[in-house]
Design a binder for this molecule. Structure first.
Ligand code: TMP
Length: 214
């Protein structure tokens, strides 16, 4: 028996944390054992790398940032993701490699082929079975994060141009991988976004279970 792998992505202020909890509860409510993790992070080593990535003082080179993202990912995959899937659990990950394409590829301008090489090295043929991208206009997302008043990290402090490029890269990825990636407009109320997420999850689980039965 193998489990499945769901990832959730989105720009700042897309409501990722709230909606991840909704997805977690929804899956558990259907009797699934869900392992929740995040990137960068998820493991002890990964969380130390996350601290560096989000709050490093001084200049970090773009390639250093990319390599650290994939170093944390390697640890998460080997320690947590692969064993959980092999056990038949559902892994729910807050961001994954689509974020590297969006932030380091789109935002920083690193060549996508270089990211693809790291993806191949670190993941082999591991890919999410379903990715939900929560999409909001940059201005809406920024207003939401400013309201929360949290201390910002290196990525949240980036320019409007950077944030626009990140959003565009996510949209491009959704267009490139329409089977795996479901793009959800997250600018509406929590209830309306959750109802769209629920429709995506129901249809995914139905397909998954019918695939298992054949
Ligand atoms: P978050 O998990 O709280 O959203 O913060 C993680 C930040 O790290 C977010 O701004 C996106 C960024 N990030 C990348 O730049 N590349 C990656 O591969 C991942 C997983 C995250």
């Amino acid at each position: 028996m193998t489990g499945f792998f769901i990832t959730v992505e989105g720009g700042d202020g897309a409501g990722k944390t709230t909606h991840l909890t909704f997805i977690y509860e929804w899956l558990r409510g259907r009797g699934m054992n869900v392992v929740r993790t995040r990137e960068p992070g998820g493991t002890d080593v990964g969380e130390s790398i996350r601290e560096l990535l989000l709050h490093a003082v001084g200049k970090m080179f773009d390639d250093t940032e990319l390599l650290l993202m994939f170093a944390a990912r390697m640890q998460n995959i080997e320690q947590l993701i692969k064993p959980a899937i092999a056990k038949g659990d559902c892994v729910l990950c807050d961001r994954f490699t689509d974020a590297s394409y969006a932030y380091q590829g789109g935002g920083r301008g690193i060549n996508m082929d270089r990211i693809a090489e790291l993806e191949q090295w670190v993941q082999g043929d591991l890919q999410p079975d379903l990715t939900i991208i929560l999409d909001v206009p940059i201005e809406t997302g920024m207003k939401r994060t400013q309201k929360r008043g949290e201390v910002s990290d290196r990525f949240e402090r980036e320019s409007m141009t950077f944030k626009k490029a990140v959003r565009q890269s996510y949209l491009d990825r959704a267009a490139c991988f329409p089977k795996r990636i479901q793009l959800i407009d997250a600018s509406g109320s929590i209830e309306s976004v959750e109802s769209n997420i629920e429709a995506v999850l129901s249809s995914f689980c139905e397909c998954w279970l019918s695939g298992k039965a054949t």
